[in-house]
Write a protein of this length. Structure first.
Length: 840
């Protein structure tokens, strides 16, 4: 007996059992279809009623007649649904009386709504129509006459009358109508008692009487409409709507119980027949299994042997001529095909690897070509906006130009995200780690998003619960990128309420929590949130924009840095995104701006030696020189890296303090040239913020120390103790007598102690020039020049006692480095204003 015959016997039993099952299912399907149709129609009822009420609310909010037509169409659709439900209830022996009552309530609701609409039209759909428009014209006539009369007392009383009018229209309370009536009487009394001409009094009485009459009509219309949710036609309409919704829900609940009972009965009948058929099939399978299992086990054993060999070169030995033998031969043929396919697959994988490498090379080479035209589009759009804003005739074009600007900024952000995504997927994204001041990073983020918060009308706060005394080790740019993405999402999905960034740490981790009161998310959405191009649903992109890459990149960046991002959210209740990163403090103190101290000891630590300062900012160069000379050091200065190389190769110095960013030749290149020319003088870099790649470049040239701007005295002394000699006995500082002079500007208490009137004059002159440079760079959209000026201001302002000016400049530099061009104009204007407040 062949396997084919045995299988045919099993199929015969299956056919007989299936026919019986189909007969039962046919009759059950008819009843189930009726129930499903009834249930589907009933389920649509409540959403349709809610949609109708949404049209009602849209009209009450926007006063647009299109929502009246929309609501009327929706109510007719609900009537048709109610009629259909009545017929279907009759088919399943259910009472349709409740549905008839709902149809009557629907008519009652629609009648009240149309009455409200007519009253709204009478009042005026906007301030130029209906009673509102008439009132507006009437009061404007009164105001024009008052302008000709020029009476301050009458004008003051008129303004009080208008205030009560606007209070009533805004708050819908009759107490303001009463105040308005009293104010109207007082105004009439003052007019009669005033010194204006009789003709003017007559004109005023007529115009004010017309105004008061129209306002009284408007008040009566408002009363009829309903001054609150519990009065007027509006209250009656709400009551009918609520009753309609309650009846719909109770009807659906009753139908669900009935449908559930009927379905349960159908399922029990079907289950009984199905169990009978399955029992017959099981008995037949047991019979056939005994006949086939022996041969099958032998075949499976040989296949397992081939699987253990982990290759496609082995073959099965064919020992039978039945179907299992044919299966063995077919399996051998399959192995041959798989062997060929595997070879082709390896070749394809190699081609794919080469293609992926070519793609990475292409993206790397095209990044500049992609960003350059987009930067041109954004910059020229901003220039056109500035030009159009100066000409009233060009106002109609500003909206189109802003659309071009926003599209360019969106595309630039998308290009950057795609490039980062490509680096992540290819495993080529590296972190640029260096010590950074967490407080300064948070300050930059706060300033970047405060303007956005003001524009959206929401509250924004940055809470730093644990102030770190030392700088942290990490890639501050990537950490900032993650927080910008999280904050950007919070602002995007929060239309009202607040957004809060809270930062704290423990011995192991740094925590950054972004909490918003936005739309929230469901648990299903959170499961797919961090995928590429993932959003809550299709409507999110249409409503809020975005490409779904931000969270994908943020999670990958966090994981690369050894951290993670957790999410908790509920629909309609906002979201909380928590970034957790390893807490890695360094031994570098955070920057500080100490106040002047009158109790400083007269014993000054002195040093002997010669130091070369390479600094391009004049006021900082002079300040650093005075600090070192006050410690007994002989100082020589250079304004750029090229001058520093020339000085160091022709003169002997014990130490070189090298600014990193200078014109002509920067500090890194100057240090490299010195080492190539055999100069071994210790070099200590001076900078406000050192990236890891810059630190590595200095370390490669033998630099062991770094000094941050503004210079911390203790850190400077620590460096000098290492490289310079000290006299055996400390000297008592001799008082320096300087001629008295009238200071042009007071020295801030936060300034370095060496800052005097002469230094302040240099700083003020430099600030004036930098302010003009900033204006020019901003007007010409010269972003590199803007960044260079911001960097210069950041470095000098803190040393001269203006930390807020330094913070704003740092925030502007940070925004330019991150290519967040949308906030650059606002930050630049803030910097100009702050610089103006510094100048005398």
């Amino acid at each position: 007996m062949t396997i084919h015959f045995r299988v045919m016997m099993m199929l015969l039993v299956l056919v007989i059992g299936g026919l019986g099952l189909l007969a039962n299912q046919y009759h059950a399907a008819e009843e189930r279809a009726k129930l499903e149709t009834l249930q589907t129609t009933a389920e649509h009822l409540v959403p349709d009623i809610l949609q109708m009420r949404r049209s009602e609310k849209d009209f009450l909010l926007r006063h647009n007649p299109q929502y009246v037509e929309q609501l009327t169409v929706q109510s007719e659709h609900i009537k048709v649904e109610l009629q259909g439900l009545q017929w279907r209830l009759i088919e399943v022996d259910q009472d349709p009386l409740q549905l008839k009552k709902m149809a009557s309530l629907l008519d009652h609701y629609l009648s009240h709504f149309l009455t409200l609409y007519n009253i709204d039209v009478e009042i005026g759909l906007d301030e130029t129509l209906g009673l509102r428009g008439e009132l507006r014209k009437s009061i404007h006539a009164v105001e024009r006459l008052f302008e000709r009369i020029e009476s301050d007392s009458l004008l003051k009383e008129l303004l009080m009358l208008r205030r009560h009018e606007k209070d009533f229209l805004l708050r819908q309370e009759m107490s303001y109508w009463k105040r308005h009536t009293v104010s109207y009487g007082l105004l009439q009394q003052k007019i009669r008692a005033s010194a204006i001409t009789p003709k003017q009094k007559t004109q005023l009485d007529a115009l004010l009487g017309d105004y008061q009459s129209r306002f009284s009509k408007l008040v009566k219309a408002k009363q009829s409409y309903g001054l609150s949710q519990n009065s007027g036609i509006y209250a009656e309409m709400r009551e009918a709507a609520h009753q309609l919704e309650d009846d719909a829900k109770s009807t659906i609940d009753r139908l669900e119980i009935y449908i559930g009972q009927r379905k349960e009965h159908i399922e029990k009948s079907s289950s009984f027949i199905l169990a009978t058929v399955m029992m017959a099939i099981l008995l037949l399978e047991l019979f056939i299994a005994r006949r086939i299992s022996t041969s099958t086990r032998a075949l499976v054993k040989q296949i397992n042997t081939i699987e253990q060999l982990n290759g496609f070169s082995a073959r099965i030995e064919v020992t039978a001529e039945d179907e299992l033998g044919q299966l063995a031969r077919s399996f051998n043929q399959l192995l041959e095909h798989l062997e060929d396919a595997n070879d082709n697959l390896q070749q394809s994988l190699e081609k794919e690897r080469q293609a992926s490498e070519a793609k990475d090379n292409f993206l790397a080479s095209m990044s500049h070509e992609l960003r350059t035209p987009l930067a041109s589009v954004i910059g020229n759009s901003e220039l056109l906006i500035d030009e159009c804003e100066e000409s009233c005739a060009e106002q109609s074009r500003i909206g189109l130009i802003r659309s071009i600007q926003r599209a360019g900024e969106h595309q630039l952000a998308l290009v950057n995200d795609i490039l980062d995504m490509s680096k992540i997927e290819s495993g080529k994204l590296s972190m640029d780690e260096a010590p950074y001041d967490l407080s300064l990073l948070l300050k930059d983020l706060e300033m970047m998003f405060l303007t956005k918060a003001d524009d959206q009308g929401i509250q924004f706060a940055v809470v730093h619960n644990s102030e770190e005394p030392y700088q942290l080790q990490g890639d501050s740019q990537r950490i900032g990128q993650i927080l910008i993405n999280l904050l950007g999402n919070a602002f995007k999905f929060t239309e009202q309420g607040q957004v809060t960034l809270t930062v704290w740490s423990d011995s192991k981790y740094l925590f950054c929590s972004v909490k918003d009161s936005g739309i929230g998310m469901s648990p299903e959405t959170i499961d797919t949130l961090f995928g590429r191009f993932e959003q809550v649903d299709g409507s999110i992109s249409r409503r809020f924009g975005g490409n779904g890459l931000g969270l994908y990149l943020s999670l990958n960046l966090a994981e690369i840095m050894g951290g993670e991002i957790d999410v908790s959210s509920n629909m309609g209740e906002g979201s909380i995104f928590q970034l957790r990163l390893p807490y890695r403090p360094t031994d570098i103190p955070v920057q500080s701006n100490p106040a002047d101290s009158q109790a400083e000891s007269v014993l000054q630590q002195r040093y002997s030696g010669e130091v070369l300062i390479a600094e391009d900012t004049p006021e900082l160069q002079l300040l650093e020189r005075r600090i070192l000379e006050s410690m007994g050091v002989v100082v020589t200065t250079a304004e750029n890296g090229q001058e520093a190389v020339a000085q160091a190769t022709t003169n002997h110095f014990d130490l070189i303090l090298m600014d990193m960013q200078m014109p002509v030749m920067d500090g890194i290149e100057a240090t490299r040239v010195l080492r190539q020319q055999g100069v071994t003088t210790p070099v200590v870099p001076l900078t406000a913020n050192v990236m890891q790649k810059h630190r590595d470049a200095f370390v490669a040239e033998g630099c062991k120390e770094f000094l941050a701007k503004p210079i911390d005295r203790q850190e400077l002394r620590r460096v000098l103790n290492r490289f310079l000699a000290q006299p055996q006995e400390p000297r008592i500082a001799e008082p320096v007598t300087e001629p008295a002079a009238e200071p042009s500007i007071a020295v801030p208490p936060q300034a370095e102690e060496e800052v005097d009137d002469e230094l302040m004059a240099i700083f003020i002159d430099s600030t004036t020039k930098n302010r003009e440079k900033l204006k020019t760079a901003l007007s010409e959209k010269a972003w590199p020049a803007l960044r260079e000026t911001a960097h210069t201001v950041k470095g000098s302002a803190a040393s001269f006692g203006y930390p807020e000016l330094s913070n704003i400049a740092e925030a502007l530099q940070f925004a330019l480095d991150e290519e967040r061009m949308g906030v650059v104009p606002e930050l630049a204007m803030d910097l100009l204003i702050e610089m103006g407040s510094v100048l005398p």
